[in-house]
Design a protein around this ligand. Structure first.
Ligand code: PAF
Length: 322
């Protein structure tokens, strides 16, 4: 592992250096710096693991970093990218107010033993130019039909932006393994499909969603919630658990139980609630008992759009809860 010690950063931010004894990762701001930092590992044949993020890191991201380390081993390099990607935000979405917290992000990455943080400018990622939802570059990655359902139904340009930036990050970092959260389940399925369909030779790993003690899935957007809205948001995980429990009696019961739970929720404006197969294809009417599936929800609480999902098994006992 290559690290930069906390003492080296004292001149930059004394307050930060007092708060933690963790080592900080190297910070690459350009493609050239990234290549330079990765060169020794590449020469030594060490594995490289990538965790792509948009920053505002929390313990959910931390678990992805730990997973990446487990996959590449102590001799490998863990790279976290931090880039708020304009192409995946439609004009009017929260691109400008998306939280940017680089100092705290470096602390968290350092505490998780990350070697390199790649925090490029927009020009480094899109030399041809980029704005919210648009790029002047000619080549982008189209997600296909799965990009226009669920999240894609209300955010039609979103997954083109996600796949394009992730393809660029894969090309720049050239990781052996890339770790994404199951929280953004549709994103995970699409990225995995992209890596397979475009023969990228990268192992795409989905790490389990990290939750607060009360069940709320950790998300960078949770910080937008007022205390009252945060309480209202707990309905999402309750709805998913109700579906998991109902699923033992079949698909219809799972949805009925979930909708009943939703009716008791306040200030939660539902966008979608759907059960699909793990690859996000529709569940067939004659689904066999014991079939694994996924329930996905999106809802607005105040001005904040939240998503969550959980696995379930149709026609089988619900999993024991921790
Ligand atoms: O999940 C995210 O944070 C982003 O969509 C990603 C994968 C980093 C692409 O910008």
């Amino acid at each position: 592992m290559t690290t930069q010690t906390q003492t080296q950063t004292q001149a930059q931010d004394p307050a930060q250096s007092q708060s933690s004894a963790a080592t900080l990762p190297k910070v690459a701001r350009s493609r050239a710096e990234l290549a330079e930092f990765l060169a020794p590992a590449r020469a030594a044949g060490a594995k490289v693991g990538l965790v792509p993020t948009m920053g505002a890191l929390h313990e959910g991201h931390g678990s992805l970093m730990t997973e990446a380390r487990a996959r590449v081993g102590e001799t490998g390099q863990v790279v976290v990218s931090i880039f708020v990607n304009p192409l995946q935000f439609a004009p009017g979405e929260d691109l400008d107010r998306y939280p940017r917290t680089l100092d705290a992000d470096l602390e968290l990455a350092g505490a998780r033993g990350v070697d390199i943080v790649f925090a490029p400018t927009a020009e480094e990622v899109y030399p041809g130019g980029v704005r919210a939802g648009e790029t002047d570059e000619q080549i982008t990655v189209e997600p296909g039909p799965l990009g226009s359902v669920l999240e894609g139904a209300t955010r039609p340009i979103h997954f083109r932006g996600v796949l394009t930036v992730v393809a660029k990050l894969f090309g720049l970092v050239r990781p052996d393994v890339a770790v994404f959260g199951q929280k953004d389940y549709q994103q995970l399925v699409l990225i995995r499909a992209m890596a397979q369909n475009l023969c990228m030779g990268i192992d795409v790993v989905g790490a389990e969603t990290v939750r607060e003690d009360d069940g709320l899935a950790k998300s960078s957007r949770n910080r937008y919630l007022t205390p009252e809205q945060r309480t209202a948001s707990l309905a999402l995980s309750r709805v998913l658990r109700a579906a998991q429990n109902g699923a033992r009696h079949g698909l219809e019961t799972a949805l009925l139980e979930a909708r009943a739970e939703l009716r008791s929720a306040h200030k939660v404006d539902l966008d979608y609630l759907e059960i699909r197969l793990p690859d996000l294809s529709p569940v067939p009417a004659d689904v066999a008992p014991g079939t694994e599936a996924r329930i996905l929800i999106a809802a607005r609480v105040g001005a904040t759009r939240l998503i969550d999902n959980m696995p379930l098994v149709i026609g089988a006992p619900a999993p024991a809860q921790a």
